[in-house]
Design a protein around this ligand. Structure first.
Ligand code: GLC
Length: 411
């Protein structure tokens, strides 16, 4: 290891001395979401710099949540700012970015080695507009040690989860243990909070570009989440909880069940985790007799149409989207691979054993509505969920309001 590093440094110095300053000076800036393990991506970029001595890459991170980052990127891109070369984009964004003319095309790129869902998400009107960074879905994390203690199997329905939470909370004698943590803040993740039990009832929000909103199913989804608060299973201020809050509280041993994305796993196994070795992962439960549905997540790499370094930026995106990097990020950052083979890879499974069962979950996960007006759709859903959890709106009224607001968009 050390010898390799020394070799790399020597190589850099040798090339640095030989190359002209202009050659050594391709400066690329990449936007990486603050939540997506930027320090692990840094290691991958360091390797790239060693292999490409003329290139230096700096990372810029945005706000802590997907919609804050989108806000920031919208400002930068609307101003045609050339400051960013490569953009890490949430899976819900490539369509919008491509429609706005903000990303460059990866002409001729063969997408067949990626999971089909991501090849599709990055192809807009037949053009490849971004390359997959990592796959994602929402899962149910649970405290294996506690479920074992009370001889309870991981729940398959939300009712089973409630019963399990009540037994464990009672048995553990109160304290600050929460039964369930999920995303109730008005962030992008709350769109998935709403959709998971909605989809579980066999309903879709949009079909063939038309709104197919089912008000009763929506009200049931909202009531379910509110009932966790009312029954003391989720904490009272769940309306203030964002994705990384759920992650931190679970990691601190304060949560029995948590709804979260794959990145959380690496944190749970980390040095400063109190729950390492005590965590199980399962599919999200179903509502009643419905099916176990989940939300498709994931992130992509696009090249800014305003970058002055088009070729170098595309080369970098290509590298970051490669199978080697996907494996590195799975092993070191618990980010789900975008290549099917890696779900069987020995090193990957050593780091995250549950990935062996994650592929069918990702493959059947449902996409949030694909529409150029996604930002508005997202805003309507996440603020409604938040209002219900904050006790401002009753689930029935909220479902009504959601319907009329969505109708205005899909008229
Ligand atoms: C995860 C998912 C992403 C989703 C976000 C919401 O990062 O990968 O698709 O939008 O969480 O918080």
């Amino acid at each position: 290891m050390l010898r390799q590093a020394a070799f790399a440094v020597a190589l850099c110095m040798a090339v640095g001395e030989l190359s002209s300053p202009a050659l050594a000076d391709t400066q690329l800036k990449i936007f990486i979401s603050a939540q997506n393990q930027p320090d692990v991506w840094r290691e991958v970029l360091d390797r790239y710099e060693v292999q490409h001595p003329g290139v230096k890459v700096t990372i810029e991170t945005g706000g802590n949540t997907s919609e804050l980052q989108a806000q920031y990127l919208n400002t930068v891109m609307s101003a045609k700012d050339p400051g960013l070369d490569v953009l890490q984009l949430d899976v819900i964004r490539p369509a919008q970015f491509a429609a706005a003319g903000w990303t460059s095309e990866f002409a001729g790129k063969n997408m067949s080695s990626y999971l089909p869902t991501y090849a599709e998400a990055n192809t807009v009107d037949g053009k490849i507009v971004a390359l997959p960074a990592f796959a994602d879905s929402m899962f149910l994390y649970y405290r294996k040690d506690l479920l074992d203690k009370y001889k309870i199997a991981p729940p398959k329905t939300w009712d089973e989860l409630k019963a399990a939470a009540k037994t464990v909370l009672q048995g553990e004698g109160g304290g600050d243990l929460q039964g369930l943590s999920f995303q109730g803040k008005a962030i992008e993740g709350a769109v998935c909070t709403f959709l998971v039990p909605y989809w579980s009832q066999g309903k879709n929000l949009i079909e063939n570009g038309k709104l197919t909103f089912d008000k009763d199913a929506a009200a049931k989804s909202l009531s379910l989440w509110k009932s966790f608060v009312d029954e003391g299973i989720a904490k009272k201020n769940i309306s203030e909880v964002a994705t990384d809050d759920t992650r931190k509280e679970f990691q601190a041993g304060k949560v029995l069940f948590a709804v979260n994305w794959s990145y959380a796993w690496a944190h749970f196994q980390g040095k400063d985790s109190t729950v390492a070795g005590k965590v199980g992962v399962a599919r999200l439960p179903a509502l009643g007799n419905g099916s176990q549905a989940t939300c498709l997540g994931g992130w992509e790499f696009g090249v800014s149409a305003f970058s002055a370094n088009q070729e170098e930026a595309k080369k970098l995106a290509d590298y970051l989207s490669s199978q080697d990097v996907s494996k590195f990020m799975a092993v070191n950052g618990a980010l789900l691979p975008t290549y099917a083979d890696l779900y069987k890879d020995r090193d990957v499974l050593k780091a995250a054993p549950w990935f062996s069962e994650a592929l069918p979950v990702v493959e059947t996960a449902k996409s949030r509505p694909v529409t150029p007006r996604y930002n508005e759709v997202s805003e309507i859903i996440r603020t409604t969920v938040n209002g219900v959890l904050a006790g401002v709106t009753a689930p029935d009224t909220a479902a009504d309001q959601m319907q009329s607001r969505l109708r205005r968009i899909f008229r």
